[in-house]
Design a protein. Structure first.
Length: 179
């Protein structure tokens, strides 16, 4: 599980467990026994760093290029092996576990989440996703932490339902109700 940059890290960790090509490139072996990794929860994360580098919005482009420079220690990092390794959409295999994906519709990475969802589905991976249309109003980055909003409550309940589904709990988990 991860949120924002933590979602990218979690998604890359899962990819390391399920993609021999990525594990070889990064010189890491899988550390979670096959079959023990049953699900991933990914909230508001960037999953295609190389396309973010080329954003058509100047501030987003500037911001992500600065972050990448700091993260990879390379000023021109877009075509680096590190950027390829960190772009999770490049490393989805049919062995990727079930995924719950969500993102806000304003100031976040919804486009990346939708691309990752498409890639997961193309590989036959079970995906449950939660997004919000513009008609719903602005739902920002990390919206799921503000439990005073109905969107956060919905995200929590959908996450619990997803986990119940993929782990087959005998006892249902309590749900939150809006205040």
């Amino acid at each position: 599980m991860g949120d924002s940059a933590g979602a990218q890290i979690a998604s890359q960790f899962v990819a390391l467990q399920t993609s021999p090509e990525l594990a070889s490139a990064m010189q890491f072996g899988a550390v979670v026994p096959k079959g023990d990794l049953v699900a991933a929860l990914l909230y508001c994360g960037p999953y295609d760093l190389r396309s973010l580098y080329d954003s058509d919005k100047w501030f987003a482009r500037f911001f992500i290029r600065q972050l990448g420079w700091a993260y990879f220690n390379l000023r021109e990092w877009r075509d680096s092996p590190q950027a390829w390794q960190a772009s999770t959409i490049e490393h989805v295999t049919p062995g990727y576990p079930a995924v719950f994906l969500t993102d806000g519709n304003h100031g976040s990475f919804e486009h990346d989440a939708r691309k990752l969802e498409q890639r997961l589905k193309e590989n036959g991976v079970h995906v449950d996703s939660l997004y919000y249309s513009a008609e719903r109003g602005r739902v920002g980055h990390e919206y799921q932490f503000d439990f005073s909003t109905p969107e956060s409550i919905e995200c929590y309940n959908r996450t619990i339902a997803f986990l119940d589904d993929v782990t087959s709990h005998d006892q249902p988990t309590p749900r939150l109700t809006p205040m």
